[in-house]
Design a protein around this ligand. Structure first.
Ligand SMILES: [Fe+2]
Ligand SMILES: [Fe+2]
Length: 329
């Protein structure tokens, strides 16, 4: 008797699981969003936590290369713009950690994974900012590439991530334009300012082209994330879209992109580009880029120095909760 009832409940549970799985599949097929309270496969949840937290880490680590120039911005106007942009990036990190937390992983766990080197962030932020034009180039190219990547994410199948991306993309577009405008001002300036812009473009172009990730054939997560509606456009297609949009902007600025093979292909209706140095990409992703150690050390020291703030905030929250419990009693 007992055995039979156990079997029955097992069958009922299995039927419910199948039903939930079918509902999930139907939702994805109909392009309807998945929300935190909906059933989702464990692998979908894990993939989202990995991707969203990686994205959040990129926003936070991305504040460091630009932060390097806050005290040396050439005018009050440029300093105010740079501060606003860096603050926006901190905000992006917060929206994204909050979106990832809706999947059940606490923020502190995600941040620990970053500090331990178990979680990745965008390889681009492991390059140094050597002259003031680097700040403009980061806005123009790095934020420009980020927008290409992020606009399709506004239609991602997971609701909280998609909604965070809508807000983030609006701010990224300001970042891209301020970068271009700052470079345009320098290109209209002196010979040495123009040389600084060209030098910065020479150093950043290829790392930015690599930001879209390995080519489709080598991207281990791409096929499944496309099937789940998390990713909508492949790495290679996004890279091509970015290059096609950027070449005319480079011409307008009057700089040369450091790729001798870059030329318009009328047959394809796209720009062809030269080979990408994937060895460099994997080296930087693997932790051995020019600034990997410096970036994690900066995050670790911010984490350590912020311990008292977290403790004070937690104590304050506990006190408030206790007070409202006492008032309710
Ligand atoms: Fe951002
Ligand atoms: Fe940005």
């Amino acid at each position: 008797m007992y055995t039979q009832s156990m079997d029955l409940s097992r069958e009922t549970a299995a039927a419910a699981a199948t039903h939930a799985e079918q509902a999930f599949e139907a939702r994805i097929a109909a392009d309807r969003m998945v929300e935190p309270q909906d059933w989702m496969p464990d692998a979908y949840r894990r993939t989202l936590v990995r991707q969203i937290s990686q994205h959040a880490h990129s926003e936070i680590v991305g504040m460091l290369p630009e932060g390097n120039w806050v005290t040396r911005a050439p005018s009050l106007k440029r300093k105010a713009i740079l501060l606003a942009k860096i603050q926006d990036e901190g905000g992006h990190g917060l929206y994204l950690y909050a979106a990832a937390e809706t999947l059940g992983t606490p923020r502190v766990q995600m941040q620990q994974a970053l500090l331990d080197g178990r979680a990745k962030y965008s390889s681009i932020f492991n390059y140094p900012t050597l002259n003031w034009a680097d700040v403009g180039v980061i806005g123009w190219l790095v934020d420009g590439a980020a927008i290409m990547n992020q606009i399709p994410l506004c239609r991602c199948s997971y609701g909280p991530y998609a909604r965070a991306m809508i807000r983030i993309c609006k701010e990224e577009s300001f970042h891209q334009r301020q970068g271009f405008e700052s470079l345009l001002a320098m290109m209209r300036g002196t010979e040495s300012q123009r040389a600084m812009v060209q030098d910065a473009v020479n150093r950043w172009w290829w790392p930015v082209v690599m930001m879209f990730g390995p080519s489709d054939a080598e991207s281990i997560h791409s096929a499944q994330t496309m099937k789940w509606g998390i990713k909508r456009i492949s790495n290679d297609d996004l890279r091509q879209k970015f290059i096609d949009a950027t070449v005319p902007q480079a011409e307008l600025l009057g700089i040369t992109l450091p790729d001798p093979d870059l030329r318009w292909n009328a047959e394809r209706g796209h720009y062809d580009h030269g080979p990408i140095n994937w060895d460099e990409f994997w080296q930087v992703v693997g932790g051995d880029g020019p600034c990997n150690r410096e970036r994690i050390a900066a995050r670790q020291s911010a984490h350590d120095n912020g311990a008292w703030v977290r403790e004070a905030a937690a104590a304050h929250a506990a006190k408030r909760a206790a007070r409202s419990r006492a008032e309710a009693a």
